[in-house]
Design a protein. Sequence first.
Length: 482
Amino acid sequence: MKRNLVNFLLILIITGCSNFSLERNISMPNDQNIIEESWNMSLVGLNNLQGRSAYHAVPHRYDDKYILFVGHHSGEKVNSLNGKVETNGMSILDITNPSNPIYLHHQPPSEGAENRQHVQVCNGNDLPNADPEKVYLINTNGSLGAELLDVSDPEKPQIIRMIYYTGTTDQGGKQTHKIYWDCESGIAYLNGTPEGWRIRRVLQLFDMSNPLKPNHIRNFALDGSQPGAEGPITTPLHAPFAFGNRVYLGYGASDDGVMQILDRDKLINGNPESSDPFEPTTENLLYPQISRLDMPEYYGAHSVKPLFNLEVKDFVDTEKNKFLNLALLASEEIGIGNCSTDRDMLFIVDITDEDKPFPISSFQAKENPGNFCERGLRFGLHAVNDNYHPNFDNSLVVMSYFNGGTRVADIRDPFNPVEVAYFVPQINDFTQEICDDEECFRQIQTNNVDIDDRGFIFSVDRAGSGLHILELTGEAKKIAGL
């Protein structure tokens, strides 16, 4: 186990978070033909996604239809719709009937890029200055930058333009990664490499209120990342998330983590006391910061998602903290097999007093029963569901847990999160073998999860096992009130 978590901001309450009530049929650890395992969650539908390694799934509603966009990791597979071998890009599926998802289109990357990992979608009628009849999509185009597509007809997406091209760091190299598009304001929080910065992943802020005319606002990262800075190189951005007048940034997916809360207006408008409000000086980079939480070197801030006004039932008679604002802070597991590296988990951080964020609990699925550490490949947290949903918000959080599948925790008592559901798919003919220096494994690697407004859960697998559409059952369904 990890070192004493008292080092993490004085006190961290580690709770026993798994609640297994059923006997599970588990093969021996070295027998990789493990059957499907579930508790309070059932499989509704599946699709093999042509065997492509999947990263990010985004459900989107088109009036009476539901469409799922899935960004993929690098690789290539045969497109079953046309018989051609295509570089992994983005899959588009009709999920209106969740028991029968229909594969509509595969969009390869453009300009020789290697993947299309990250996706964000906005309706034109939600954006301030867009064509209300259109649906727009921002997609990372490998490490080249971010690209805008018209997906009004999801069977025939049209590439409109590149929004920006990445530069290179002062030491060489470039990347893109997780992005966020706030449809109401039109501000796109993109993630890439500006020319000459010291790190590969920097927040690149664009006004996309009229997506046909993207306007670059500024580049932003932790102080020490900017061109010309000296001293240690800071942790790169991993994921932005915006809500209201706040922006939540997670730096360092699995180690050297930093959670940062920013004032959005100050971020967008810059420092009025500066002759150049957006110049990446120490003063200008610190100006929009409300708070910063530095984590121990063995935890990262893969992503940060805020929750607001969670009522703590045990505090019904208290004066000040009956209602809490919280941040779900995910630290990503990167160890390959045997749980030999530091364990990563979900931290729940009290941000009610947002200039003094304070961790109050954590959640991690247990290794046993199941011998997950011995199954091979990653076992641990990757991410939580991005979408808000009134039946899930402030009661349940859905997590992707690599070979531990999809996990659901009850957070109604945020000081004591408790597991209430899980689903671990069975490997199939499309599950790819992944090797480290010594051994190869074929295992489930649930990479990302999200939910739609009907309450269906969409889980995708980075080992090529496909899409699994899930629904809550039993006690978990009662908690959600579905």
